[in-house]
Design a protein around this ligand. Structure first.
Ligand SMILES: Nc1ncnc2c1ncn2[C@@H]1O[C@H](COP(=O)(O)OP(=O)(O)O)[C@@H](O)[C@H]1O
Ligand SMILES: [Mg+2]
Length: 242
């Protein structure tokens, strides 16, 4: 893990509470993403993983508590501001442009080069996802779900983020794509990116993550290293249904 001495965590969430209309979904969430690390936010369907990401990304109406990005208080900032500040977001529903080609989808995501973040070009992205490189002129709508998932990640990288939120990268895609997603996350970590992913599969989370946080009904029930989670089968049993 690369850590700059004295630098604040890249993402730091304290006492986060969030609502959909009158319904409170998140209850005093604490979450830390250190620079250069990979953290898995785990928990059953409906636990609040996607809501946590949306809250961080500025996509929810009512949010309380503290959200810091690189030490700056960003709660209440809109999603475009977060993206411009260097936080990439890959939502769980793939949001590619079905009428645009792979190259055109990547062009949509392009942002200026920024200091302290890897600089991505389509060619560099294709090193990470060789199969996208073989379908540059294919329209998004003619790609498989897994390929669309990759294109969504690739387009987010074109914004040259310093950290990314990846919502369920392995969900609903073929095993071969799951493997590529895992190796892609490890490649991004090697590049120095920080990754917060949500994941239900402990095998996938264990293969790529330094730490795990477990959400259950909108509350954090576990926060520790992957090894300590593996060493605590009752936690997996209680909150992940293992
Ligand atoms: N747009 C919405 N409006 C109202 N309730 C929602 C909405 N999206 C999610 N929820 C509720 O919020 C809770 C957490 O959902 P979510 O964050 O999507 O969980 P996860 O990503 O862990 O599966 C669930 O009870 C879900 O039904
Ligand atoms: Mg979700």
């Amino acid at each position: 893990m690369t850590r700059t001495a004295g630098a604040p965590p890249i993402v730091e969430v304290r006492g986060l509470r969030a609502w959909y209309g009158p319904a409170q979904i998140l209850f005093d969430i604490d979450l830390t993403l250190e620079r250069g690390s990979v953290v898995a936010l785990m928990g059953r369907n409906g636990a609040g993983k996607s809501t946590t990401f949306k809250a961080i990304m500025g996509l929810l109406g009512r949010v309380e508590g503290t959200i810091r990005f690189e030490g700056n208080d960003v709660r209440g900032r809109p999603a475009w501001h977060m993206a411009r500040a260097g936080l990439g977001y890959v939502p769980e529903d793939r949001r590619i442009f079905t009428e645009l080609t792979v190259m055109e989808n990547l062009a949509v995501g392009r942002q200026p080069r920024r200091d302290d973040a890897p600089f991505w070009t389509p060619e560099r992205v294709f090193e990470l996802f060789p199969n996208l490189g073989r379908m540059r002129d294919r329209r998004g709508g003619e790609m498989s779900g897994g390929e669309q998932q990759m294109l969504t990640v690739a387009r987010t990288l074109m914004g040259n983020p310093r950290a990314i939120l990846l919502d369920e990268p392995s969900e609903g895609v073929a095993p071969v794509i799951v493997e590529q997603m895992a190796s892609m996350i490890l490649d991004l970590k090697r590049e120095g990116l920080s990754v917060l992913l949500s994941e239900q599969d402990p095998g996938f989370a264990g293969a790529v993550s330094d730490r795990a946080c477990i959400l259950d009904r909108g509350q954090i029930r576990f926060d520790g290293t992957m090894q300590s989670l593996i060493a605590s089968p009752d936690i997996g049993h209680a909150y992940l249904g293992l």
